[in-house]
Design a protein around this ligand. Structure first.
Ligand code: ADP
Ligand code: MG
Length: 394
């Protein structure tokens, strides 16, 4: 890793201005899933133990620059007090201005202060310079531990780093170290499993991975588009007609680069897009005239499983089928189970794929489950993430 981390700083008495991702799902004042808050605890505890004053900032939802009470971080602060009983945790009703400044000034070493929602100010997402400067004024060193927003150049994810030394927290460090290492220096064979609804969402990822992986395994709705580009009939299945040329180009590029490009040989075909629809498995050459492919078939799943189990590095983005409906989650489950057996590096990135893996209880069997949907996609595309770029180089 070529970026500085919280381990590179002498924290005693310093104010750590920490960007966390406390964008948790809420039902009224109740946090329905506190995974993201818990995930930030190792960084927060480390800073407390090292004698820093820990100032936390986050966004919650999309209040679009207005003080909408339903997007207040106050319930998160109350929950954080429960999780960090050993520390003195406070909350302040704004992230900049007099209140924030006096709350920060009153802190002792080892104290924690959670600032109110950054997106109560429209300047946050605009990466406004003077807003970034005001935030920076609250700290001595900036810590970014919010990988999920690292693909956005906002005041708290990028702008603030112009005014302070900037280091990665433990979560951020793990994201960029594990995924960076897999892409730069993978143990082989290296296989990528790519699925999801659309080819057009994943062109960048496929293009970038073609140069790096030994195999690409395609599933989900996007497999239909590749199959149609090969001349197969897909009946009512989701096909992106305007991505057919792109699909052909990618298939040719894979061949030219010697990257094995695997497509389904059988599909689970349903009568309609419905969780209770009748369904049957068909070979890709024998699709019925009616019906839509909603999952990879068992033969495909088995073939993909054997490629995955023989790999030393596996990156997965995008489910193999409409996993939200149990009848069409079988292919996705097969991938997750095969990856869980791999004796090597296994990485899952992408909002829906991560949700699927967690739902199946297999998240802890992977080397890394990325916390950032959009950010992990951009990382796999080989793009520079503003939130990572902004960190101080070693
Ligand atoms: P991720 O969030 O992991 O990157 P995507 O957002 O690209 O994944 O794709 C997930 C969506 O793709 C899911 O909602 C899933 O239902 C849908 N999907 C997968 N396979 C099919 C299919 N055969 N037909 C229609 N939709 C599909
Ligand atoms: Mg998604």
């Amino acid at each position: 890793m070529n970026k500085k981390t919280i381990r590179d700083v002498d924290w005693q008495g310093k104010r750590a201005l920490v960007r966390v991702d406390f964008n948790v799902p809420m039902n009224g004042d109740t946090i329905t899933d506190d995974t993201r808050i818990r995930a930030a605890l190792p960084t927060i505890r480390y800073l407390i133990e090292e004698g820093a004053k820990v100032i936390l900032m986050s966004h919650l939802g999309r209040p679009k620059g207005e003080r909408m009470p339903e997007y207040s971080l106050q319930p998160v602060a109350l929950h954080l007090m429960e999780l960090l009983k050993e520390a003195n945790v406070k909350y302040v009703r704004d992230c900049v201005g007099d209140d924030a400044e006096s709350a920060a000034a009153a802190m002792e070493n080892g104290d924690v202060l959670l600032l109110e929602n950054l997106r109560y100010h429209k300047e946050e997402t605009k990466n406004d310079e003077s807003f970034a400067k005001q935030l920076a004024g609250l700290g001595d060193v900036y810590v970014n531990d919010a990988f999920g927003t690292a693909h956005r150049a906002h005041a708290s994810t990028a702008g603030v780093a112009a005014y302070l030394p900037a280091v990665a927290g433990f979560l951020m460090e793990k994201e960029i170290a594990v995924m960076g290492e897999a892409l730069a220096n993978p143990d082989r064979p290296f296989a990528a499993v790519i699925g999801g609804a659309k080819v057009s969402d994943k062109i960048g990822v496929i293009e970038n991975l073609l140069d790096k992986v030994n195999q690409i395994l395609i599933g989900g709705g996007m497999a239909n588009t590749f199959l149609k580009a090969q001349g197969k009939q897909l009946a009512q299945s989701l096909v992106e007609e305007d991505a057919l040329t792109t699909a052909s180009t990618l298939l040719k590029a894979a061949e030219a680069k010697g990257c094995e490009f695997l497509l389904p040989t059988d599909l689970v075909v349903a009568e309609s897009f419905d969780k209770n629809a009748a369904y049957e498995t068909y070979a890709v050459d024998a699709m019925p005239e009616q019906g839509m492919a909603l999952d990879i078939g068992p033969e495909t799943a088995k073939r993909y499983q054997s490629v995955i189990e023989a790999a030393k590095t596996v990156v997965w983005n995008g489910p193999m089928g409409v996993f939200e409906m149990p009848s069409f989650a079988v292919g996705t489950k097969a991938i997750a189970e095969a990856m869980a057996k791999v004796d090597g590096t296994t990485i899952v990135g992408g909002g829906d794929s991560v949700a699927a893996v967690e739902e199946m209880g297999l998240g802890n069997k992977m080397s890394h489950v990325s916390t950032g949907g959009g950010a992990s996609l951009e990382f796999l595309e080989g793009k520079d993430l503003p939130g990572v770029e902004a960190l101080t180089d070693r």
